[in-house]
Design a protein around this ligand. Structure first.
Ligand SMILES: Cc1ncc(COP(=O)(O)O)c(C=O)c1O
Length: 447
């Protein structure tokens, strides 16, 4: 009898299998730092990445469509980013003082991102959304923030209501009721937004994942972002655009530059630091001024937003951030990544047609998503678009991994500006083989 996907996965990864019990002993569920690193029967342990590829502890090679959770627009270990880090390393990682490279980094953000008049660096994307919410609440003196069902803004308390279905239950336990009550979760619908804005006078801001939920797994309707901008202006609340994924990726100036949107605040991370930890809130002076220290004791103690963070804007991240943004500013990486993603999407549709599977492929910019529930995503909401069974998700990813391709999450991936036509051709062969394996095991069906 032919080997199953799971049997082949186990056979090809003996060292990863051997390491996993040790991970489980040390870390909850075996996840050292992220829930997403947990897999059944075990995740693959990686040793090295270079360009669009990475290698595991068993010597297997992968064309990577995870790309550091979309942080590696320039690919793994880009020589200029590595060189910047190597140059910075001997000088130390923290002086508790301003460093010129931070200035250059901030200027790059201001020059590239349209709404960025002032910038504050943080240590992650989650911290950027958390700080943006505090800034909006402080500026408006209002408490509640509207967010959309299924949009991801990190793992902090304010990001947990509405993140996972059922949307009236937070995505995690351990969240105080006060935090839950301070967020308003809505389906991505402008009428629903207007109804809340017209009736609740305690709304500080609306936060939106620019791509639509989960880097575009749930695309936004055309005109939706512009509608949010119009209504937030009309009702005097702030628009926070979460550009943690789209920033520097959708275009050098992010999604806002690409579509001419004018948010009040935006959040950045991932590409911002060239693959090291970091993030930023950027926005109009008028709003960012709530962070100013004036020297007046009363003002500074009672009338401003406090913010700290040991590792924010540290010299190593400033060095890699500068190297990455210098390259990202030209737009060449984004053009290549978008072009290669389009080729991949077209090729994937051919695979689906060949096997006549009830699935479809979509995605914007340098992303791709595969929906296994039918030939179109027209009219489908977040629950439907994220409904692929865990069994199919696991088998699909492992069927690809044993053929030398890795995904970012679920049935989606993201490209870099260093993926090549050869990578795409090789990947499409892997997708073809994976689809056949899924059909052989009865995990996907004909349309
Ligand atoms: C849109 C969006 N916002 C915020 C975050 C949180 O960023 P981080 O994982 O750096 O905390 C992510 C992470 O994937 C994201 O995709």
């Amino acid at each position: 009898m032919a080997e199953t996907i799971r049997e082949e996965y186990v056979r090809k990864n003996p060292r990863s299998a051997e390491l996993y019990p040790k991970f489980k002993e040390l870390f909850p569920s075996g996840g050292a730092g992220h829930d997403g690193y947990v897999a059944s029967p075990f995740p693959i342990s990686i040793t090295r990445g270079q360009g669009p590829r990475k290698w595991d502890v068993d010597g297997n090679e992968y064309i990577d469509y995870g790309m550091g959770s979309a942080s590696l627009l320039l690919g793994h270990a880009h020589p200029e980013v590595v060189d910047a880090l190597v140059q910075a390393a001997p000088n130390g990682s923290h002086y508790g003082a301003p460093v010129e490279s931070m200035l250059e980094w901030g200027e790059r953000v201001v020059n590239l991102i349209p709404c960025a008049e002032k910038v504050r660096f943080v240590a992650s994307g989650a911290e950027s959304t958390m700080l943006s919410i505090r800034v909006a609440r402080a500026y408006t003196g209002k408490e509640k923030v509207i967010r959309w069902e299924s949009h991801y803004h990190g793992w902090h308390d304010y990001a947990m209501p509405g993140n996972l279905p059922p949307f009236d239950k937070p995505a995690s336990i351990g969240i105080p009721q006060g935090s839950l009550d301070s967020m308003v979760v809505l389906p991505p619908d402008l009428d629903a937004l207007e109804r809340v804005l017209a009736t609740d006078d305690n709304i500080a801001a609306v936060i939106t994942e620019g791509s639509g939920a989960s880097y575009g797994t749930v695309p936004l309707a055309p005109g939706f972002l512009e509608g949010v901008r119009r209504l937030t202006r009309q009702y005097d609340v702030l628009m926070i655009l979460d550009e943690v994924i789209t920033g520097f990726r959708w275009s050098p100036g992010g999604l806002q530059a690409k579509i001419g949107l004018d948010p009040d605040l935006c959040t950045l991370a991932k590409v911002l630091t060239g693959g090291l930890p970091g993030g930023a809130v950027a926005g109009k002076k008028e709003f960012m001024q709530v962070m100013e220290q004036t020297g007046d004791r009363d003002h500074d103690r009672f009338a401003r937003v406090l913010h700290g963070g040991t590792f924010n804007a540290n010299p190593y991240c400033a060095a890699t951030g500068n190297a990455a943004l210098r390259i990202a500013a030209t737009g060449e990486m984004q053009n290549t990544a978008d072009r290669m993603a389009e080729r991949l999407r077209v090729g994937l549709r051919e695979v689906i047609d060949r096997y006549e599977v009830a699935a479809c492929v979509y995605g914007e910019s340098s992303t791709f998503h595969i929906y296994f529930g039918g030939r179109s995503i027209e009219g489908l909401d977040a629950i439907a678009l994220k409904s692929t069974s865990p069994e199919l998700q696991t088998n699909f990813r492992q069927a690809l991994q044993v053929r030398g391709v890795d995904l970012m999450s679920r049935t989606s991936g993201v490209l870099s500006g260093v993926h090549t036509e050869e990578d795409i051709a090789q990947s499409l062969e892997a997708f073809d083989g994976a689809m056949k394996a899924l059909m052989d095991e009865g995990l996907v069906s004909h349309d």
